[in-house]
Design a protein around this ligand. Sequence first.
Ligand code: AMP
Ligand code: GLY
Length: 424
Amino acid sequence: MKALVIGSGGREHAIVWKLSKSRHIDKIYCCPGNAGISEIAECIDIDPLDFDKLKDFVRYEWVEITIVGPEQPLALGIVDCFQRDGLKILGPNSMASRLESSKSFAKDFMKRHKIPTANYSVFNSFTLAEEYIRLKGAPIVIKADGLAGGKGVFVASTIDEAIFALKIIFKDNVFGEAGNQVVIEECLQGEEASFMVFTDGHTIIPMASSQDHKRVFDKDEGPNTGGMGAYSPAPVVTEQLKDLIMDRIISKTIAGLRSEGIIYKGILYAGLMIKDNNPYVLEFNCRLGDPETQAILSRLESDLFEIAIAINDERLKDLDVLWTDKPSVCIVVASEGYPGSYQNGKRIEGLDKVKQLKDTFVFHAGTACRDNEIVTNGGRVLGITSLGKDILDAQRKAYEAVQYIKFEGMHYRKDIAERAIKRL
Ligand code: AMP
Ligand code: GLY
């Protein structure tokens, strides 16, 4: 059978790679894909937001299911559009995707359903927002309401920083319509974890836990990025905490949506702050995380294609999802300047050597093929991911593999998974 994956990052490379292991799959398409993906899938040249063209393609090629990586097509209703024509697709519809595409919707929803999250207020005027910040003081968190490609959140440690963030959002209009409103919320302290589940709107199956590294520099310094590395499992998520997260957050969210007439099908991602062993929601995403997916899918033993079909058909209760006990570590290698501006087109060396390493996978993110060479084509370029007999072993293998990779200006964090190792 055939599958189509929408997206072009490391997450999508991991999805395509995992699908390629399925006994049911004999052809994968990816729209638009990247250089690494093109080695195992056929990359197609269709605008990923042109849903009608995608539907024509899927019908013409007899694609069994489409799997959506990024949030934008979900928010714009790709799932609604495919479902209207009875085409199988993995992801929530646009109403359900509001959990990610509108932070004020998500916060109001959590309040209605008593799901633990930081206290907040919503503003659509600079003046009222500024008054509120002066009243509450710092630290404080300012978030553009809509989709901002992971750049719309400002954790301000002073009032001046918070007001500067407001200016960026309201006056400079950097996020366009996504910045018409802001959510201002209490700053939570604790340890972060990412918790993702598969759900068909009724049955919920938790994935292995994981932890992202959002800041660009070691010791969590510097600006936020899309994610500089991840590991799985996250030891902060103990079995007891996992039960709490499922009871207080995930089940309540899926049931709460259902009570409001919304069936959530696909992947639900809760970005959590764990404070005194209690989980609080920082954000919801309606898709797999990047780079958490690279760490998690390398540990998935079950067939991803079967999971996707079971979610689509609302038969998830019939499925067992299995994971290897081996932990994984993913190190993101980025372009010089990232998360600020960067240049593309730098030749990448060493990929073939890393391919020969056992239990190590190179997931491409921002790469392209030019004149038979692989070159950089994005801020986050590669996600080098290793499995190990324990987390220390996985970390060692991943960093050894990174040593083979060379491109001008490359940088990566040297402390991915340190926090998990300190807990050993
Ligand atoms: P988000 O995109 O909402 O997950 O925010 C990005 C990052 O900002 C999170 O991973 C946290 O590091 C930080 N953050 C978001 N909300 C809060 C909060 N209420 N308190 C402290 N840090 C936060
Ligand atoms: N790694 C965070 C995200 O995918 O949003």
